[in-house]
Design a protein around this ligand. Structure first.
Ligand SMILES: [Zn+2]
Ligand SMILES: [Zn+2]
Length: 256
C-alpha cells in the first residue's frame, strides 16, 4: 500500500477513536465497568472516592506526605539531612493502587479525556497554591524518544502543555533531553535510583533562557524524588531564580 495512503488510514483511525472517546464512550477511565461521573470527571463514583488527595501533613520542602505519627514535622528526614536541589515540590494525589491504575490508563490508553481532567487538576492546584510565585517557564520530565515513539506521546509533556495553555505560562519544549534509557525504577531504593538516573538527562537548547527564571517542572508521579532531583541539579548549573516541581501523584514517606 502506498505510504501516503497508509498515513491517511492511520489518521482516519485516530480521528474516529478520538471522536468515539470524546463523545460516545462514557465508561470510567479506571474500571471501565461503570459510567463516569461527568465529562469533566471521567471516573465512576466508586473509583473517584478511592482517590486520596494530599491536603496537609507533608514536608514543606519536598512535599512528601507524612504518616499520621509524623504529622508535626516540618521537614522529612531526607530534607532534614540535605536540602534537595529544587526549592519546593508539591503533588496532588497520594500514589497508591487506584492512582497507579489512573495514571497507567492515561499513559498507555491514550485517554484524552484524562489528559483534560489532569490539566484541570493541575490548574486548580496551581491557582490555589502556586500562582503567587509567578513562574516564567513550565518544563517537563522527558521520556526517551523510543518510548515516545511507541506510546505516541510523552505524558508529562501533555500535562505541562495543558497547564501552559490554561495559565498562559510558556512551556519550554526539549529544554531537557533524555539521552539514555534508565532501567525500570520500580524495585529500586532511593540511593539505587540516584545511581540509575545519573547521566540519563542533559540540558539541550535555550539553556541561556534559564538564567534568573522561575521554573516549574511538571511530572506525573514523584516516588523517591531521584528523577526530579537529578533534573533540578542539572538546571541549577544555569542559575535559575527558583525551581519548583508539581506532580499529579506522590508516594508517601517510607514507601519506595
Ligand atoms: Zn470506576
Ligand atoms: Zn522532604
Amino acid at each position: 500500500m502506498p505510504k501516503r495512503h497508509l498515513l491517511r488510514v492511520n489518521k482516519t483511525q485516530r480521528l474516529s477513536k478520538l471522536f468515539s472517546e470524546l463523545f460516545l464512550n462514557t465508561s470510567c477511565s479506571i474500571c471501565d465497568l461503570e459510567h463516569f461521573i461527568s465529562h469533566d470527571i471521567p471516573l465512576c463514583q466508586s473509583c473517584f472516592q478511592k482517590l486520596t488527595w494530599i491536603t496537609g501533613n507533608f514536608c514543606l520542602r519536598c512535599g512528601v506526605p507524612f504518616h499520621e505519627e509524623n504529622k508535626k514535622q516540618t521537614f522529612c528526614p531526607h530534607c532534614s539531612d540535605e536540602l534537595p536541589p529544587f526549592d519546593l515540590c508539591r503533588s496532588i494525589l497520594y500514589y497508591h493502587d487506584t492512582t497507579d491504575s489512573l495514571i497507567k490508563a492515561f499513559k498507555y490508553g491514550k485517554n484524552w479525556r484524562l489528559s483534560k481532567y489532569f490539566s484541570r487538576l493541575l490548574f486548580d492546584y496551581y491557582q490555589n497554591h502556586l500562582i503567587k510565585f509567578g513562574h516564567d517557564v513550565i518544563i517537563y520530565i522527558p521520556s526517551h524518544y523510543i518510548k515516545n515513539f511507541k506510546r505516541g506521546f510523552n505524558q508529562s509533556y501533555l500535562l505541562a502543555k495543558g497547564l501552559s495553555n490554561k495559565t498562559g505560562i510558556p512551556c519550554s519544549i526539549e529544554l531537557i533531553k533524555k539521552i539514555k534509557e534508565s532501567k525500570s525504577q520500580t524495585t529500586l531504593h532511593k540511593e539505587e535510583r540516584k545511581l540509575n538516573i545519573a547521566g540519563v538527562f542533559c540540558i539541550d537548547r535555550n539553556r541561556e533562557t534559564i538564567k534568573g527564571k522561575k521554573l516549574l517542572i511538571i511530572d506525573d508521579i514523584v516516588t523517591t524524588g531521584a528523577t526530579v532531583e537529578e533534573v533540578s541539579s542539572l538546571l541549577r548549573e544555569f542559575s535559575p531564580a527558583l525551581i519548583h516541581v508539581l506532580s499529579l501523584a506522590r508516594t508517601p514517606l517510607g514507601r519506595k
